[in-house]
Ligand binder design. Structure first.
Ligand SMILES: [Fe+2]
Ligand SMILES: [Fe+2]
Length: 386
């Protein structure tokens, strides 16, 4: 399956995943539907940028899914509920213990999904079904943070309050981390929902206001009661930086709770690689290099070590140029060898169509990925307008 932008859709293309424009309404397009001009227009009208389709070129290419559909949808519902509680009340809302119970329950199920998929590389998931940046960002950062957390706890252990490394009860630790990740930015809703969607860059005053969101979020959780102090620490400290340049407290290094250091990496990576009101998304490989470049400055070296070996800089479906000049599509990424995926070569070095032919870069050390600026899905011929 592959993701195709709306102008590149052809009539007759088969949709491989349902397209939702609203969480609480039936899909605009169901899986298996064939694209018609009418559908293309309604997709455009609904503001959908791209859809997943099935075809020969993309056969065997599957997006890296971390979460089961049902758990993902329930997570969207519960985030919506929690965020709704906070933003709807005049003068700042509150979180109820009931919605927090639901958050905890969903966090446990998401952690279970992440554990079940521990043999996969981590990638940006397609959370297009989640409407709006906040929902997508929350889900993607949660899935990534849990994936990083699991591997970090397995390799380095989770740190207890004495700074000792523990390797037991990882499930329980992941769920606590998950609650913090799901509610990471809840304080933004209380501060000012409008600022979240402002298309222009924020003014200094607005920026100062927004910078209060970690403390505001932490306080919301405290007031509601029953939330682990560690989940609260994740919310409070997710903008702290390893070298002490973050906020709100300017904590540094080991003084920042380990779980918040995980959240910081997941939050920044997803923010960079998502569309924002004021700029288009960066490619995953850009976000990947950025995180690596900030090790020891912004981020905990242990978390970055896990990130480096488990997140796919070129997720399945990405077009890449190889060092011999041929062009390919990433088919499969294995954790531990995230820079050596299996790729499907579609153009040779002269630009002529080939095969297609699958090459495992792990078995070809002489070949490297030199660029990810190849769009295998772009069609040179003009799209006929009917
Ligand atoms: Fe934040
Ligand atoms: Fe964030």
């Amino acid at each position: 399956m592959r993701r195709v932008s709306i102008p590149n859709l052809r009539s007759g293309d088969r949709v491989s995943r349902a397209v939702y424009t609203r969480y609480d309404a039936p899909p605009l397009l169901r899986a298996g539907a064939h694209i018609s001009d009418g559908f293309r227009q309604s997709l455009e009208r609904a503001g959908v940028n791209s859809v997943w389709i099935d075809d020969d070129l993309s056969a065997g290419i599957e997006p890296l899914e971390a979460l089961q559909d049902e758990n993902r949808d329930d997570a969207i519902a519960v985030i919506r509920k929690a965020f709704g509680e906070v933003s709807s009340a005049p003068g700042g809302g509150k979180l109820t213990p009931k919605v927090l119970d639901e958050v905890r329950e969903v966090a446990e199920r998401l952690s279970g999904d992440i554990r079940a998929n521990a043999d996969r590389a981590l990638a940006l998931n397609d959370f297009a079904n989640a409407d709006g940046y906040t929902m997508k960002h929350t889900l993607a950062a949660t899935a990534l943070g849990l994936g990083l957390g699991l591997r970090l706890f397995q390799k380095y252990g989770w740190l207890d309050y004495r700074g000792q490394r523990n390797f037991g009860s990882i499930d329980e630790r992941l769920s606590i981390l998950g609650v913090g990740l799901l509610l990471l930015d809840i304080g933004k809703l209380a501060v000012s929902p409008e600022l979240l969607y402002k298309p222009e860059r924020l003014t200094d005053d607005e920026w100062q206001l927004l910078r209060a969101h970690p403390e505001v979020g932490c306080q919301l959780l405290k007031d509601a009661g029953g939330v682990s102090p560690i989940s609260r620490a994740v919310v409070r400290s997710h903008h702290e930086r390893w070298d002490g340049t973050g906020y709100p407290e300017g904590k540094r290094g080991a003084d920042i709770h380990q779980f918040a250091r995980i959240a910081a990496v997941a939050d920044v990576f997803d923010a960079l690689t998502s569309d924002r009101p004021y700029r288009a998304a960066e490619a995953p490989h850009f976000g990947y290099s950025y995180i690596l470049s900030r090790v020891g400055h912004d981020f905990d070296p242990e978390v970055v070590d896990i990130f480096r070996t488990s997140v796919a800089p070129h997720p399945p479906g990405t077009g890449v140029v190889l060092s011999d000049g041929s062009c390919a599509v990433v088919k499969h990424v294995q954790p531990g060898m995230v820079n050596r995926p299996v790729v499907r070569v579609v153009l040779d070095s002269s630009g002529a169509k080939v095969g297609p032919q699958d090459v495992n870069l792990a078995a070809h050390p002489e070949m490297t990925i030199v660029s990810a600026d190849f769009d295998p899905w772009a069609r040179p011929e003009p799209v006929p307008l009917a």
